[in-house]
Ligand binder design. Structure first.
Ligand code: 5GP
Ligand code: MG
Ligand code: MG
Length: 178
């Protein structure tokens, strides 16, 4: 595939990590019913793999959000394009995200969901870029830390493409221009 960068996280590594996260979630929420909330569209892939590793009764729901602000920088003010179908009051909610960068989007989303009075609210993300963080955000389950490069694959896109790659790759500038 022309211009694709190096593999940062291979598909077997992802499979193993998702299985580990599923086991931890299964233990941490033992005896509870869980509501997994995937953030569209990138988290669809990790959510669908993760839920099959969670041995608990669980529901799934989705939100689609868009960050106000120009270009690639996140402003932290989030517009909800598609809200949850489920009422989260009194529920154990676990937000499932593909990648957390500045943390502004999830920090805003967390505050907005907390106002709906869930029994608990935690975050699970496949990837995080700690060097980019602008706010203090508690993330209970993290798959992998990645450097400050633009990544694609396993649900994560560039202009809608590459979501179907089974691994996480860095996108090289020539591929981004293509
Ligand atoms: P933030 O944490 O900065 O508020 O925003 C996180 C969002 O930025 C992610 O959900 C994703 O949409 C986007 N993002 C951050 N880093 C990358 C990356 O390396 N590649 C892609 N495709 N999107 C990214
Ligand atoms: Mg996302
Ligand atoms: Mg995107």
């Amino acid at each position: 595939m022309l211009g694709m960068g190096e593999v940062l996280v291979g598909s077997e590594e992802i499979r193993e990590k998702v299985r580990e996260m599923g086991e931890r979630i299964t233990e941490d929420y033992a005896g509870e019913r869980l509501l997994l909330v995937g953030i569209l569209r990138g988290a669809v892939v990790v959510l669908s793999d993760l839920m099959r590793c969670v041995e608990l009764p669980c529901d799934i729901d989705f939100m689609d959000i868009s960050s106000y602000g120009s270009g690639t920088s996140s402003s932290g003010v989030v517009r909800i394009l598609k809200d949850l179908e489920e009422d989260v009051a009194g529920r154990h909610v676990l937000i499932v995200e593909d990648i957390i960068d500045t943390g502004l989007t999830l920090s805003y989303l967390k505050r907005s969901l907390l106002a709906r009075k869930p029994a608990s609210l935690e975050i699970c993300t496949l990837l995080t870029k700690p060097s980019r963080r602008q706010v203090d955000l508690e993330i209970k389950y993290v798959g992998f830390e990645v450097p400050d490069v633009f990544v694609v694959g396993y649900g994560i896109d560039y202009a809608g493409s590459y979501r179907n790659l089974p691994e996480i790759r860095a996108l090289e500038p020539e591929a981004a221009r293509a």
